[in-house]
Write a protein that binds this ligand. Structure first.
Ligand SMILES: NC(=O)c1ccc[n+]([C@@H]2O[C@H](COP(=O)([O-])OP(=O)(O)OC[C@H]3O[C@@H](n4cnc5c(N)ncnc54)[C@H](OP(=O)(O)O)[C@@H]3O)[C@@H](O)[C@H]2O)c1
Length: 294
């Protein structure tokens, strides 16, 4: 099976690229410099030329705060690009896997969000991702949109990298303790999408549509930070962890409003895959080992 991966230098894209090859798929991996998904004709030409059996879109504009200013770019990459990919796939009967975000929700719910909960994004990034989801769903039936959250991996910028940098500079840090979500290892997201790809390849009946997927257990950014430093100390990357103080969202104002609760209920995908989603502590351990051994 030939899989085309967009955004292949990103956190999830790079894990998809490596793992898909290891699993024996024929892979066409492209990032912005080879295929800018906001260029409709280029998207059409590329898919015509390479005729993949499945497209996985890991390309996105992910700078949540910067998106408040770069509105046009955020919508071009997160809404228009996915629409062009979806239209090109629909014309050729190719399934599309797309990735979206917990930030489509306002965070007011006091329980994990399910796929049937009403989105209500609070910022440009969330709105652009929601419109991307809707564009994909309206363009083709054979699509899976996987909403994920708080992504971290060995590649690119993420919360883990930021914490390690700040922890090296300061003895004391304040980290937001009143926003809850699910840290999610990029490698686990890639693995999940590729298991679904195997199902498509085998011709298994697959329920198309929207799925939630986050790492377990849910925590706050503060809880995530504490575990990062605990593991970094045990890996010998830090002699002593900094003091990680709990602060509120109000004490750490950001241009984009974040949901207080963006925990996603992953039961629907768990049923399809036949197991519960992995513990993010293990993904964190893998990332830290990789960085330590570099
Ligand atoms: N990161 C998170 O915490 C998070 C949370 C929830 C959901 N998600 C979703 O998960 C998915 C993967 O995220 P990620 O963290 O892997 O993102 P990422 O590391 O920012 O990677 C995105 C990739 O897309 C590329 N890209 C940007 N604009 C493009 C364009 N016009 N055409 C082609 N490629 C383009 C980027 O290239 P450049 O670097 O050169 O711009 C980058 O390589 C996205 O759909 C994202 O919305 C992420």
């Amino acid at each position: 099976m030939k899989i085309m991966i967009t955004g292949s230098n990103g956190q999830v894209g790079s894990e998809l690229n490596v793992r898909a090859r290891t699993m024996g798929f024929d892979v066409i991996a492209v990032d912005c410099d080879q295929l800018d998904i906001t260029q409709r004709d280029a998207v059409n030409d590329f898919i015509s030329r390479y005729s993949p059996d499945l497209v996985i879109n890991a390309a996105a504009y992910t700078a949540v705060d910067k998106a408040e200013e770069e509105v046009a770019i955020a919508f071009a990459v997160n809404r228009d690009g996915p629409l062009y990919l979806a239209n090109a796939c629909a014309e050729r009967d190719i399934p599309l896997f797309h990735i979206s975000t917990d930030y489509v929700f306002d965070g007011e719910k006091e329980a994990p969000y399910t796929e049937s909960d009403q989105p209500n994004p609070q910022g440009v990034y969330g709105q652009s991702k929601l419109e991307g989801e809707l564009a994909v769903a309206s363009a083709l039936v054979q699509q899976i949109t996987l909403r994920v959250a708080w992504v971290f991996g060995a590649t690119g910028a993420n919360f883990v990298r930021t914490m390690l940098r700040l922890g090296g500079e300061r003895a004391e840090l304040g980290v937001v303790a009143d926003q809850y979500g699910g840290p999610t290892y990029a490698g686990d997201i890639a693995e999940t999408l590729l298991m679904l790809a195997e199902k498509v390849d085998r011709g298994d009946a697959l329920q198309w549509g929207l799925y939630h997927y986050i790492g377990s257990p849910a925590t706050s950014w503060h809880g995530f930070a504490e575990e990062i430093f605990k593991q970094a100390v045990s890996h010998g990357m830090f002699e002593k962890a900094p003091n990680v103080n709990r602060i509120t969202t109000e004490e750490y104002p950001t241009p984009a409003v974040r949901p207080k609760n963006s925990v996603l209920d992953s039961q629907r995908i768990n049923k399809i895959l036949g197991f519960a989603q992995p513990d993010w502590h293990q993904g964190l351990d893998r990332v830290l080992r990789e960085w330590k051994n570099k």
